[in-house]
Design a protein around this ligand. Structure first.
Ligand code: PLP
Length: 377
């Protein structure tokens, strides 16, 4: 039988809102872990707001720990890093509305050029200064980069452009499609393509461009992919997509209990009554939902940490709220729950949430919505 919910201990006053805390010390430790695996220059990739952790905070910690370059997808992201005072070289590689030569030169940002069309459009612009470019070869992604058949034409444009001082070729870039398998044999074709392309670049008269192919997985599992620089994003924030190396989680998501009630056995919880209590228990509400990045499709194993205990998320995830079954113990309003964090024990990790949602940790950390307050410790 249902019994009327009884609200308990409604506390007066305020408490901290849902907060995503970034932990730069973890970024520092992760750079050290990467450094132990490669002597190549480390580019800290901080696209998508530093994988949701704050691009500036992650970039600062990574540079202080020894990263020599920064990487973003857009010039706007690169300009934000410059505005925050980051002086390290920056490469940006996606240009959905074309490469803005003036903006790139002004922010002193290198841009990847991945097609003859893109290069032509760049050279057609009025040139305020020489634009530093990395020639981007498609090494097997079929998603970006210059197709092999166009490579000779791209090199011809690069030679002419550099002669006219419109561009300077500073790098050569590829990307590994299969590195998450942690099997060097899977990377061999891309490594060979990269070596061949580099030979041609040198033969075309470009002396020592910085070559880079590997992201986190290749960096951690296959030294043959390292070349002059490695581009590490996920690894900075504690994710090794190859699952080979334990990295340090770099964020903690907390939320206060905003409502607690005692309910009887047989009480349906949330939309559709998808969960029904099987005993008298206490329910607590956290003010976080799918609009804040809590995945709506979740395994029944999903839970959060409250006062040192792992407690289950029950019923449907709503847009703005989730419900926690806290059992025999009522949790006072204002008590902090940890949704994920690097703490271990009862605290779920980002990897736990990815497993419960049938996804990868990247989507969890990049999905935390703008209503969640950010803090850096
Ligand atoms: C995102 C990205 C990276 C970083 O990949 P991680 O696996 O997160 O380290 C490297 N290179 C390119 C081109 C990328 O888009």
């Amino acid at each position: 039988m249902n019994s009327a919910p009884v609200a308990v201990r409604r506390r007066s006053g305020t408490f901290p809102p849902p907060t995503l805390e970034t932990l730069p010390v973890a970024v520092t430790a992760n750079v050290a872990r990467v450094r132990a695996r490669t002597r190549s220059t480390i580019m800290a990739v901080v696209k998508a707001d530093g994988y949701g952790h704050g691009a500036v905070a992650v970039a600062r910690a990574a540079v202080a720990a020894g990263a020599g370059w920064l990487g973003t997808t857009s010039l706007a992201e690169a300009a934000a890093l410059r505005a925050a005072g980051l002086a390290a070289p920056i490469l940006t590689w996606l240009h959905p509305s074309g490469i803005d030569a003036e903006a790139a030169a002004k922010a002193k940002v290198d841009v990847a050029v991945g097609s003859v069309d893109e290069f032509g459009a760049l050279l057609a612009q009025a040139a305020p200064a020489t634009v530093r470019i990395h020639l981007h070869l498609d090494t097997g992604m079929s998603r970006g980069g210059c197709p092999r058949e166009q490579w000779d034409d791209l090199l011809r444009l690069a030679r002419d452009g550099q002669r006219a001082r419109r561009v300077r070729v500073t790098g050569v870039m590829g990307h590994l499609p299969l590195a998450d398998r942690a099997d060097p044999a899977a990377n061999a074709a891309a490594v060979a393509a990269m070596r061949e392309a580099l030979r041609e670049v040198r033969a075309a008269g470009f002396r020592s461009p910085l070559a880079h192919l590997a992201a986190t997985s290749g960096t951690l599992t296959d030294p043959a992919t390292h070349f002059g620089m490695v581009r590490v994003g996920a690894g900075l924030v504690g994710i090794d997509p190859s699952g080979s190396v334990a990295m340090h989680g770099a964020s903690r998501l907390t939320a206060p209990v905003v409502h607690t009630a005692r309910v009887g056995a047989g009480t349906p919880v949330g939309y559709d009554g998808a969960y029904v209590t099987d005993r008298a228990t206490h329910l607590s509400v956290l003010p976080l939902g799918y609009a804040d990045g809590i995945p709506r499709e979740l395994s029944p194993r999903a839970g959060v940490e409250i006062r040192g205990r792992r407690l289950p998320v029950v019923g449907r995830v709503s847009m703005d709220q989730i419900v926690i079954d806290t059992g025999a113990v009522p949790v006072p309003v204002g008590t902090s729950a940890t949704v994920f964090g690097p703490d271990g024990g009862a605290t779920p990790s980002v990897h736990d949430w990815a497993r419960w949602a049938g996804t990868i940790p990247h989507t969890i950390v990049t999905g935390i919505g703008p209503r969640v307050k950010r803090s850096t410790t």
